[in-house]
Design a protein around this ligand. Structure first.
Ligand code: NAD
Length: 507
């Protein structure tokens, strides 16, 4: 897009403002960023880009809101009710949220409408209820004459930094447990997909979440850096690329902040010769190409037992040829575009380099010929690759998968674990003993048996190894956004004898 096109559009378009306290504000330096619809490449909106003064103002509002207790000292029941009201509000606005997310990210409408938004609502309801279950593990006498109490307390101002692949869902996955635990927030969506997060802020205000509890600043890396370095921010909850995660750990080191890291993935999908072939093939297509492969748990490395390899590949390629790529608004579309031209360049780069390594494309491999605009890329299957090749080792984050054969269980485990990532994996077999043995040997935070992808609010999601640490979803996530305090009370009224060491309970 030319600069002139951007300027022309800007004049006729309202600029989306940021939420600081209860005010919708432009940035203090006035800079804005065009937001594109990746299916049309047209400008969808214009959004303010925060500067350092805006970051300070957002953190200051969140700090004041935390310290005066308007949210942190509400009873869990009161917080639960407020979050339930917000969940109802989101549900009432499901269609418009889904429509906006579809336009900003290029996701098929059916995916957002039946998946992302309802799951986020369910998540919020789960954490609203969970707020009332938060408890210290014990209150007991562990030393004679003393009572110990464990308190789980909110941490303070928490910064939530989200990626572009599930903008609304990631914002809610983070905001829901953080709010349920009593923290106040500064939320920073990805610079290219901020629209539904800003809508989340509007609906939160309308549903009665108090002023300053949720602040939203928009912008890119510079804004993220300023937030992670701010001394009044006590915790960073980040979802994004592993390399960005490493940078954030370095940025937060001088102020030693608690960090919650949900990073990249490279999920193996392991099919043994006794697996239900049809179930595995159907599961493989969705696991590979849902959200155009821009999913941290997407199946990207298929390991098929040698005796089944040809049969699986043939059936898989047949199903891949049926994937309908096109306009996200059409109910017939299975796969939309990639999120940006940069992301498409990145995916094309991976495919090009794989071919230089003598890999073979079994399906796809380029831009669909029938679509003139949009950052589309065909569902792509690559074969004849080695375990050590880049396409098997690195996260592509697009609709490109590699299929490799394996000999036996030992080799399948070795191949599966042989990447720096450890987010999710699946194993397909009818042998329950092998399924459980194999799951135990996999170094991944989630393992599915005879399926790949499903998540539920009650169960944790999070990585091993360079896929990060800390869990989203479940009561484990709620605990992440709290800190544990031990209160120890002397209960007898006795006065300690001078220099009498009663400092250890059970010597
Ligand atoms: P990204 O790391 O480029 O950006 C994520 C966010 O970090 C954005 O808001 C960005 O503005 C911000 N940011 C960038 N540099 C920063 C810095 N130095 N300091 C602070 N903030 C900074 O990731 P992305 O491209 O938006 O998302 C794709 C990545 O997210 C993939 O690697 C994917 O696997 C990962 N992801 C992981 C999970 C999970 O649950 N593990 C879920 C979704 C996405």
């Amino acid at each position: 897009m030319t600069r002139n096109a951007t300027m022309e559009k800007k004049e006729s378009m309202k600029v989306w403002k940021m939420l600081i306290g209860s005010q919708w504000v432009g940035s203090q330096h006035g800079k804005t960023r065009p937001i594109l619809n990746p299916a049309t490449e047209k400008i969808l909106a214009e959004v303010y880009e925060a500067d350092i003064a805006d970051v300070h103002s957002a953190v200051e509002n969140a700090r004041k809101a935390f310290e005066d207790g308007r949210w942190s000292r509400k009873s869990p029941g009161e917080r639960a009710l407020a979050l339930m009201r917000l969940a109802d509000k989101l549900e009432q606005n499901l269609k418009s949220l889904a429509n906006l997310e579809m336009q900003n990210v290029g996701k098929p409408l059916k995916l957002v409408q039946d998946g992302d938004i309802p799951f986020a609502v369910d998540n919020l309801r789960f954490f609203a209820s969970a707020a009332r279950l938060l408890e210290g593990r014990s209150s007991q006498e562990y030393a004679s004459g003393y009572t110990s109490i464990i308190r789980r307390e909110p941490i303070g101002v928490v910064v939530l930094i989200a990626p572009w692949n599930y903008p609304f869902m990631m914002a809610v996955w983070k905001a829901a447990p953080a709010l349920a635990a009593g923290n106040t927030l500064v939320l920073k969506p990805s610079e290219i997909t901020p629209l539904t997060t800003l809508e989340f802020g509007r609906l939160a205000l309308e549903s009665g979440i108090p002023e300053g509890v949720i602040n939203i600043v928009t912008g890119g890396e510079e804004v993220g850096v300023a937030l992670t370095q701010h001394p009044d921010v006590k915790m960073i909850s980040f979802t994004g690329d592993t390399e960005t995660g490493k940078k954030i750990l370095a940025q937060t080191a001088p102020t030693l902040k608690k960090c919650h890291m949900e990073l990249g993935g490279k999920a193996p999908f392991v099919v043994f010769e006794d697996a239900d072939l049809e179930a595995a093939v159907q599961g493989a297509v969705v696991a590979s190409f849902v959200n155009t492969g821009q999913d941290c748990t997407a199946a990207t490395r298929f390991y098929i037992q040698e005796s089944l390899y040809r049969k699986f590949l043939e059936a898989f390629l047949k199903e891949v040829s049926k994937v309908r790529v096109g306009s996200p608004s059409s109910p017939d579309t299975d796969m939309g575009p990639l999120v940006s031209s940069e992301q498409r360049d990145r995916v094309e780069g991976f495919v090009k380099r794989a071919l230089q390594e003598k890999a073979r494309i079994a399906s796809g491999g380029g831009r669909p010929k029938n679509l003139e605009a949009g950052f589309f890329f065909e569902p792509t299957v690559i074969v004849d690759v080695d375990q050590t090749s880049e396409i098997v080792q690195k996260e592509v984050f697009g609709p490109v998968v590699a299929v490799l054969p394996f000999k036996d269980e030992e080799e399948a485990i070795r191949f599966s674990n042989d990447v720096p990532y450890g987010l999710a994996a699946s194993v397909w077999t009818k042998d329950i003993q092998r399924a459980l043995r194999f799951s135990g040997a996999l170094e991944f935070g989630t393992v599915w048996i005879n399926d790949h992808l499903p998540l539920t609010s009650e169960m944790p999601h999070g990585g091993f190894k360079q896929s990060g640490f800390g869990k989203d979803l479940s009561l484990y996530a709620l605990e992440e956004y709290t800190q544990i305090k031990h209160v120890m009370a002397e209960t007898t009224g006795a006065v300690r004898k001078p220099w009498h060491y009663t400092v250890f309970g059970n010597p």
